[in-house]
Design a protein around this ligand. Sequence first.
Ligand code: HDL
Ligand code: ZN
Length: 372
Amino acid sequence: MTLAERVARAVDAAPVIDLHTHLFAPQFGAMNLWGVDELLTYHYLVAETLRAEPKLAPEAFFARDKAAQADLVWDALFVRRSPLSEAAAGVATVLAAFGLDPAARDLREARAFFAARRVEQHVEDVLRLAGVSALAMTNDPTDPEERALWEAGLAPDPRFHAALRLDRLIAAQDLKAELTRWIARMRPRYLAISVNEVSAPPRAVLDACREHDLPFAMMIGVRRAVNPRLGVAGDGVSAVDLTPLERLAAENPDVRFLVTTLARENTHTLCVVARKFANVLPFGCWWFMNNPSLIEETTMMRLEMLGPTFVPQHSDARVLDQLIYKWRHSRRSIASALTRRYGAMPVPPTDAQIERDARALLGGIAGEWLKA
Ligand code: HDL
Ligand code: ZN
């Protein structure tokens, strides 16, 4: 076997712990999104459809029901054009993984397939096909639908870890009390926030991280609603100054920071910050970075500057079935970068060393930080 084949085999076999998703355990009922209509109305594909069909006003698109929206996306991006974007290619990968025709003229076959699926079995099949052993959800207690489920005593599938998202909670009247309450109820593996510029979180957040030994995840460089007409698809990106992150890591050496950046330019500066501060763990290729070319480039850069001491990917999946494509595609890019770095070693690695490194990168390091 070639080195590339040995590395691909080890990376494909390594169980994934997915550090950041928007998925919900099946116990969350309708919040657990799956199936072809959810796949096709993923906000990445909505933005791409509205771009491909500029005569279609966003308001007219959103006025249609989900099935009609999915039909529009399918026709625009899969029938009248080739599914060349990563989000479109991903849907094709998922359909093919279930033995469905990704070149079908319409969605009848796919809809019939998913309609016949039982959700419990579907969850098992998707996690198996994606090679995901555990994942972190994004849990926001300010969301009325989610809050009601937690208050009703919901107990998620133990493979679906909670992550307490603070974007809106941080504005709470008594943040300390809210953090105490929701950490006790959700038992989150980390606290998380997305920001444009880096700034120190309220003291109560870092105090909670210390008290409960929880990492703090900062997702940096998003500019919300640059085009509000697109709704959840309307956010943009900024390259930002990471100097405040250096100060935060230096002033809080006993807090672990999970960090991902949205701008390609910040990938390099984050690697340098991580070289200076062992309590900063770069993770994933977030959102507009989650494309094969950038996953390989980012993983190369991180391996060259950090060695195998980071988490190369998270899926950010919003629809359960996306785990299949997001991890199949990411494993290819990660394996390619790993192969190139192994190729630079004077003595090639043994199969055991390749397996050890692949297991650490795909799940081991994430598992240590999540204590999962
Ligand atoms: O803030 C976030 O967690 C982002 O991932 C947003 O949810 C974004 O809309 C997204 O889904 N990116 O993949
Ligand atoms: Zn996300």
